[in-house]
Design a protein around this ligand. Sequence first.
Ligand code: ATP
Length: 238
Amino acid sequence: MNDTLLNIENLSVNYGDFIAVEDASLAVEEGQIISLIGLNGAGKTTLVSSVMGLTKQKSGKVYFNGSDISNLPTDKIVARGLSLIPQGGRCFNRMSVQDNLLMGSFPKSARKGAKETLSHIYELFPVLKDKMRDPAGSLSGGQRQMVAIGRALMARPKCLIFDEISLGLSPSVIKDIYNCIKMINETDKTAVILIEQDTQRALKMSDVFYVMLKGKTVLSGKSADVDADSLKEAYFGM
Ligand code: ATP
């Protein structure tokens, strides 16, 4: 049986004449945690942003849950169950925490159970319940990341993509956020793609890893079986 949830096949993305992603392929099975690692500028953000329909794909295909989602508009992709938490989280700072979260329930499929999903998010992040009426802009960086995660969860995704969630956060907040990601993965069977600068943390968290270098996916394998020399070679292109 093929349980592949997300299949990226030979994807290429250009910015003008510059090739940012070239022939990249990646597969995520249902309920799996994947880490996507690589140097700054390797093309990780471009890859996931083009999968989400935020950056135009030049060639290749993206399949999600059995359907071709290549170059679909982002709202249609989110409605099918794929969500991205972008770098820096990005909240609507003047809106309350609760309104920020409710913004995530725009897909028709998510609206019906929005109240239950909201309670589930408050269980996951009790601090957001305490601050539900506060403007999101008054929260700490870590709490704003929680709002961004909660907002993505409101769409009840089958797969969540985190783009450098730990950037700028203290070690203890990073630990809390990663514990929550584990919980989301374990309780809801949500598949996860982690773009992470800290290679050791990424490998520790994930079932499978992918390395990108100069726009290409150059190495992948089971995180538990990673060979340090091959990883170094792929990561730095030696
Ligand atoms: P980082 O960890 O720094 O975010 P990354 O692996 O996510 O790196 P990208 O942000 O996808 O890499 O960038 C890939 C390449 O594309 C880089 O050389 C970057 O300068 C370039 N790039 C990214 N966005 C644009 C853009 N909007 N226009 C032109 N070039 C871009």
